[in-house]
Design a protein around this ligand. Structure first.
Ligand SMILES: Nc1ncnc2c1ncn2[C@@H]1O[C@H](COP(=O)(O)OP(=O)(O)O)[C@@H](O)[C@H]1O
Ligand SMILES: O=C(O)C1=C[C@@H](OP(=O)(O)O)[C@@H](O)[C@H](O)C1
Ligand SMILES: [Mg+2]
Length: 166
């Protein structure tokens, strides 16, 4: 979900594991030479989802280990979750909606899917609705961190348990 901390935690994980960090939104922005908000405004969501799916597949070809932070919607379109699962371990950051609201409120106006929900109450409703629709995808991640502020150490524990119990 937007505001879950994927970009922030992904960067920290890459430092901890000494591997490159990639952010899918950044990869799209670089190729398109415009911001995600500008892409949504000029071309609409369907175009963005097409580019997101294509850039994801390109990024997943990269050799060697790396950490990739996706966008919140990435696993929910164009069989992207399957593409991710085939290449690596997918971690879902399960953050309660009130915490997501607190984090994205300041930047909601520049977040294309949240721009129409400028108040905390409208934002909460929008995020609740989005999460309901997306849970079926998020629930299929191999790893799930339920700490509201997931740390590198939390992920290390999850990985330890994953590789111990299969
Ligand atoms: N663990 C955390 N605790 C508190 N705030 C956080 C945490 N992780 C991220 N944030 C803040 O939430 C906002 C969104 O973080 P970001 O990493 O961009 O999330 P995402 O990539 O999932 O949308 C940023 O303002 C960031 O500083
Ligand atoms: O949830 C979504 O559908 C989106 C989340 C954004 O990324 P973050 O989750 O990093 O904010 C970005 O990909 C785009 O605005 C769409
Ligand atoms: Mg992000």
């Amino acid at each position: 979900m937007p505001g879950a901390g994927k970009t922030t935690l992904g960067r920290a994980l890459a430092v901890a594991y000494q591997v490159p960090f990639l952010d899918l939104d950044e990869e799209i922005t670089r190729r398109e030479q415009r911001s995600i908000a500008a892409i949504f405004a000029a071309e609409g969501e369907a175009y963005f989802r097409g580019r997101e799916a294509a850039v994801l597949r390109e990024v997943l070809q990269r050799p060697g280990a790396f950490v990739l932070a996706t966008g919140g919607g990435t696993p929910c379109f164009h069989h992207n979750l399957e593409a991710l699962q085939q290449t690596g371990l997918v971690l879902y950051l399960e953050v309660p909606v009130p915490e997501l609201v607190r984090r994205v409120l300041a930047s909601a106006a520049t977040r294309p899917l949240l721009a129409a929900a400028p108040t905390a109450e409208a934002l909460r409703e929008r995020l609740d609705e989005t999460l309901r629709a997306r849970t079926q995808f998020y629930a299929r991640a191999s790893l799930c961190c339920t700490a509201p502020a997931c740390t590198v150490e939390d992920v290390q524990r999850l990985l330890g348990a994953y590789y111990t119990t299969g």
